[in-house]
Write a protein that binds this ligand. Structure first.
Ligand code: NAP
Length: 436
């Protein structure tokens, strides 16, 4: 019997578990650990609350969890409650699927100002992640600057632009909905240091900006390359750029009744966040492209703004005892191999790129490597050994049936029309888990 520990219960963790079951069927035991008492990682706290259809993939992960050979063990922080070395003693393979939950720092003067956030914090706030539930952003000013031209920047800009009604059917947490509802923001500037052809926004997500109740996207036609140059783009990117072209052609009549300006500022690199302790403006340098890189032109200007959200990518949390590549913000690895019996997968392996589905081949790929590296297993204690340690240390572990209780309680307390109202405090999750 092979004993496999997967650390992290997001998409990478669950696809890896699925692959392990496929590879070894009944000859494997898979324990999936998570530091939170709730599973699904980025599906729960990263995917935008108004993108419920994407969150539907968790039903597939639930099926994996309900397999007799799989166990979810939540509320255990690997590296603190139990070390990586201890886990390696207990399992034939330890696979780190911890994602990239931390913000990459942008390194701007004023970055630490009040009301300047990274996207992990801001997205975590509106998605009810316990670490960020208390963020309490101030939206009482008229302008927000969103840095970055990826899908997360789109998510943040769209969430800031939506009305209360537009969150119908979403699982945005009520603390965020109530603050967004009182927002005075009527200008959202999305800064891209390169141009329209270099955006990392996918067409479906970009197209949504054209259908908001109160917000209208603005693109300066002068920023768009000659249309003939779109031919060189791959089809998805061409569709995204077509959306930008359509936005640039919107007329005042098209924008009738739209009081929120969602402005794409291309060739615009942030230089400093200005303010006395709190964001008051962003200093920006105009750029031009040289060999596809943004190069400053020396021309600067200032955008008065009360909030900044930097959506420039994420990094993995280091774990004591696991070699870490500080520059790349992920574990040091050779195609997923970290050390004997230690592996990483998903964003913890390759950095924060790709879609949820990209993690499926990644999970299957890592299990192939584990299969090459370990024999039939045997001798390792797996869960029984973990259970001894957990009792000795009085760990308050949460299993999948506990999560099902939390799930039921969240669904039961949902506001009208919402699929659930998430618990945002770990103790409240645990209380709900133990209730029955
Ligand atoms: P991303 O796609 O890597 O985009 C990061 C953006 O930040 C890029 O535009 C980058 O510009 C910019 N940037 C980086 N450093 C910067 C700096 N110092 N100053 C100014 N701009 C800077 O990252 P993401 O948006 O966080 O998304 C992460 C992953 O999750 C992506 O694969 C994304 O597609 C995925 N995701 C998907 C969805 C969805 O499908 N609905 C939703 C959210 C996220 P350069 O290109 O110039 O480096």
């Amino acid at each position: 019997m092979r004993q496999i520990a997967i650390v992290g219960s997001g998409p990478a963790g669950f696809y890896t578990a699925e692959a392990a079951l496929k590879q070894w069927s009944d000859d494997v035991r898979v324990d999936i650990f998570d530091c939170l008492p709730v599973p699904y990682g980025l599906i729960r706290s990263g995917v935008a609350p108004d993108h419920q259809s994407i969150k539907g993939v968790s039903r597939r992960y639930e099926k994996t969890s309900l397999n007799d050979n799989v166990r979810f063990i939540g509320n255990v922080l690997i590296g603190k409650d139990i070390t990586i070395g201890e886990l390696q003693e207990l399992y034939d393979a330890v696979i780190l699927a911890t994602g990239a939950p931390n913000d990459r720092t942008i390194g701007l003067p004023g970055e630490d100002s009040d009301n300047a956030y990274g996207s992990a914090a801001f997205v975590g706030w509106y998605n009810g992640h316990p670490d960020f539930a208390d963020l309490d952003p101030d939206l009482s000013h008229d302008t927000a600057v969103v840095i970055g031209n990826g899908n997360v920047a789109l998510d943040v800009a769209r969430i800031l632009a939506k009305t209360r009604d537009e969150f119908g059917g979403s699982d945005i947490v009520t603390h965020a909905l109530d603050i967004l509802d009182t927002s005075k923001i009527n200008r959202i500037v999305v800064l891209g240091r390169r141009g329209p052809h270099q955006i990392a926004m996918t067409p479906k997500e970009l197209g949504e900006l054209g259908h908001l109740h109160l917000a209208s996207p603005h693109v300066d036609p002068a920023d768009l390359p000659d249309q003939s140059e779109d031919e060189s783009l791959e089809p998805g990117q061409r569709k995204s750029v077509t959306h930008l072209r359509n936005f640039s052609a919107l007329t005042d009549a098209d924008r009738e009744g739209k009081s929120i300006k969602l402005e794409f500022d291309f060739f615009a690199s942030p230089k400093a966040i200005i303010g006395k302790g709190k964001v008051e403006a962003v200093e920006v340098e105009r750029t031009r492209l040289e060999n596809n890189r943004a190069v400053g032109t020396g021309e600067t200007y200032t955008i008065p703004a009360g909030m900044v959200v930097a959506c420039i990518g994420y990094q993995t949390s280091p774990i004591p005892g696991v070699p870490f590549d500080e520059d790349a913000g992920k574990f040091k690895n050779d195609e997923g191999r970290v050390d004997t019996g230690l592996y990483c997968v998903g964003w913890a392996r390759r950095g924060p790129s790709g879609t949820i589905g990209t993690n499926r081949p990644d999970g299957f790929g890592i299990i192939e490597k584990v299969d090459q590296d370990i024999d039939a297993g045997g001798g390792k204690k797996g869960y029984d050994g973990f259970d001894v340690l957990a009792r000795e240390r009085e760990l308050n572990c949460v299993e999948f049936h506990h999560w099902q209780e939390i799930d039921k309680a969240e669904v039961a307390r949902a506001r009208e029309g919402a699929p659930r109202e998430k618990f945002v405090v770990v103790e409240d999750m645990i209380e709900a888990a133990r209730r029955n």
